[in-house]
Design a protein around this ligand. Structure first.
Ligand SMILES: Cc1ncc(COP(=O)(O)O)c(C=O)c1O
Length: 380
């Protein structure tokens, strides 16, 4: 059997990782400023994280959600405390798409409605309704197409108000910061407007914090910059530092019913061990503060580099837009300077999504290399 060939691959075989570094099979060391797509939050192979999962595996690795798993309660309690959402309820699942899929279902179960508002350049995952709510026709299969999704221009308050009056809307789904779309930040006023019109219309506000959450933005959730409280929040990526785990945070006014949602693997012992370890490390090592501090430093220094059109970001979720496609530049940084970086649907934007443990020295390594690579191109 061969692999179903859906991923364009770099010719690199990582065999070891530690903190912000990865080593390949030939012993070459890479600086990881991509975190495997914003997944690595507490750094690769953090000893406390490794021990928690290993110890758990030596006790019990899996049983289904038909028995009591107290670690799920511990996870919910620690997540509530660190995020500030102590009174919300948590549903555990396995991926970002699944979290959004369930969030949309919960909203529709709650108010009995069907119409979902999503925004231009959004990405919410690749499963049925999540992909339908994603603004990329090339990944939506005919069977996923539905009239229930209405796309509106991002950050356009007037368009939103008009559509809210026209339809009985079930939910509005928006990313805390658009990731795949190229690090596009919703304005405070836009998020506050969404909250206001949803409340007025009995629609639910779903904040997709799959990429922008878990401290990456310098607050636990990016939407907390706007001082709003969504009805539902989805989380994944940084939550397990690579172990597949995701969640849906649900406002206490939304009531659960047995069998309303479910999953075989969601909230299993190993996923809980990984997710608890991540929260413990974020708290103990003040990683949210570090993300803010290093991210601010990073963006300040980027301003001094010639050849950059725009810098967008909060904390350690940074988009650097060039006035040229960035594929070759990313490739050069990988092959010559041994640095992993992310791309985005906007071909000119590089995404910087490192571990929240990134140091100033590690940021400087990139800044020097990036300055050189762009300078060479300006001379040519
Ligand atoms: C904002 C956002 N939502 C959802 C997803 C989907 O997550 P997953 O790939 O875990 O299904 C992603 C993945 O990139 C994402 O960035």
């Amino acid at each position: 059997m061969k692999l179903f060939d859906v991923y364009p691959l770099f010719d690199i075989v990582p065999v070891k990782a530690e903190g912000s570094y990865i080593w390949d099979e030939k012993g070459v060391k890479y600086l990881d400023l991509y975190g495997g797509h914003a997944v690595i939050s507490v750094g690769h192979s953090h000893p406390y994280y490794v021990k928690k999962i290993t110890d758990q595996l030596n006790k019990i690795g899996f049983y289904s959600n038909s028995v009591k798993i107290p670690m799920q309660e511990e996870l919910a309690q620690k997540l509530g405390e660190l995020s500030g959402y102590t009174d919300y309820n948590l549903f555990l699942c396995n991926s970002g798409a699944e979290a959004n899929e369930n969030a949309l279902k919960v909203a529709s179960f709650h108010n009995g409605r069907k119409k979902i508002i999503s925004f231009s350049k959004s990405f919410h995952g690749r499963t049925s309704l999540a992909v339908a709510a994603t603004d990329d026709a090339s990944i939506v299969a005919p069977v996923n197409q539905t009239d229930n999704i209405i796309f509106l221009p991002f950050n356009d308050e007037q368009a939103l108000e008009a559509v809210m009056q026209q339809y009985e809307v079930c939910a509005v789904i928006v990313e805390g910061i658009q990731g795949v779309g190229g690090v596009m930040i919703p304005t405070t006023s836009f998020l506050q407007k969404i909250k206001q019109v949803c409340e007025k219309a009995g629609a639910l506000l779903i904040l997709d914090e799959v990429q922008s959450g878990y401290g990456r933005s310098g607050k636990f959730f990016a939407h907390q910059y706007a001082g709003i409280q969504p009805d539902i929040i989805t989380i994944a990526k940084g939550m397990g530092n690579g172990f597949p785990v995701a969640g849906v945070l649900i406002h206490p006014s939304i009531k659960a019913k047995h069998s309303m949602l479910g999953t075989t693997f969601g909230g299993n012992y190993l996923a809980c061990a990984a997710a608890i370890a991540v929260l413990d490390i974020i708290k103990k090592e003040n990683l949210i503060d570090n993300a803010l501090k290093i991210g601010t430093y990073f963006m300040e220094k980027l301003k001094g580099i010639d050849g950059i059109k725009e810098i967008r970001g909060l904390g350690l979720m940074i988009g650097v837009e060039l006035d040229q496609p960035c594929a070759d530049i990313r490739k050069q940084l990988l092959t010559e300077y041994k640095m992993f970086l992310g791309s985005s649907s906007n071909k000119n934007t590089i995404r910087i999504l490192p571990a929240l443990t990134l140091t100033k020295e590690e940021a400087d390594l990139f800044l020097q290399a990036f300055g050189k690579v762009l300078a060479e191109r300006l001379v040519k």
